[in-house]
Design a protein around this ligand. Structure first.
Ligand SMILES: *Cc1c(COP(=O)(O)O)cnc(C)c1O
Length: 231
């Protein structure tokens, strides 16, 4: 059973918190896109938030997303791959997703580039950076981001649009503010060095999205604050 009323209340609350965080930072709330993370969430709940106007959805597994969105893919829905992508799933990902957020090697970028030959339009991609250097997380180091972006710019079919990170899980979101600030500074340096726009900073999840917005997030990936705790 989907509790539609509770779901819609949570969507409204998250939107309000995003708007307030943007305003506090002197930013236009429209510059922050809410990506509702629907991993493990049944399609019935996804359609409820879509009808409430949420048009950006994030999934972290290619196979789960393929099954979920086989029957529900309205025009105007933007599907983000936010999880680690294995090279052997690149073809499927290039066919299914509108943006791939977690590119973390040139080998993967090359495979995706080839897979994009079958796409009608180039694929927007972000580089996942593991700024805290956590062993358990995917992503390149801060030093590797610029060379990877440079390599990706030379590949047909891909449009590098910025950086993504998953901050360490902490109880006090303020503790990860330096991670978000460092990602923004790294993006600025890459943009200057490459001379191309890198408009997107994908950072901020349920526990820390307001701090991420204060530090310049343009894409916030929010699961539990919308859909409730995952089973
Ligand atoms: C699950 C997930 C999220 C959403 O996390 P919540 O804490 O539920 O908001 C965001 N980004 C990535 C990469 C995820 O895997």
């Amino acid at each position: 059973m989907i509790e539609e009323g509770a779901l819609l209340d949570r969507v409204a609350l998250v939107r309000e918190r995003i708007a307030r965080a943007a305003e506090r930072a002197g930013r236009d709330p429209a510059a922050v896109t809410l990506v509702a993370v629907s991993k493990t969430v049944p399609l019935a709940a996804v359609t409820v938030v879509y009808r409430a106007g949420i048009t950006h959805l994030g999934e972290n597994r290619v196979q789960e997303a393929a099954e979920k969105f086989a029957a529900f893919r309205p025009a105007g829905l933007t599907l983000h791959l936010i999880g680690h992508l294995q090279r052997n799933k690149a073809r499927k990902a290039a066919a299914l997703f509108d943006i791939v957020q977690a590119v973390d090697s040139l080998a993967l970028a090359e495979t995706l580039s080839q897979a994009c030959r079958e796409r009608p339009a180039p694929l927007p991609v972000l580089v996942e950076v593991n700024l805290a250097g956590e062993e358990s997380k995917f992503g390149v180091s801060g030093d590797e981001a610029l060379p990877l972006l440079r390599g990706m710019l030379a590949l047909p079919g891909l449009i590098p649009q910025g950086l993504m990170t998953v901050a360490p899980l902490v109880t006090d979101a303020e503790a990860v503010r330096p991670v978000f600030r460092d990602l923004r500074r790294l993006r600025d340096r890459c943009q200057d060095a490459l001379g191309v726009p890198l408009p997107h900073l994908s950072m901020g999840m349920t526990n820390d999205f307001e701090v991420a917005i204060a530090e310049g997030a343009t894409l916030v990936r929010i699961g539990r604050a919308i859909f409730g705790e995952r089973a």
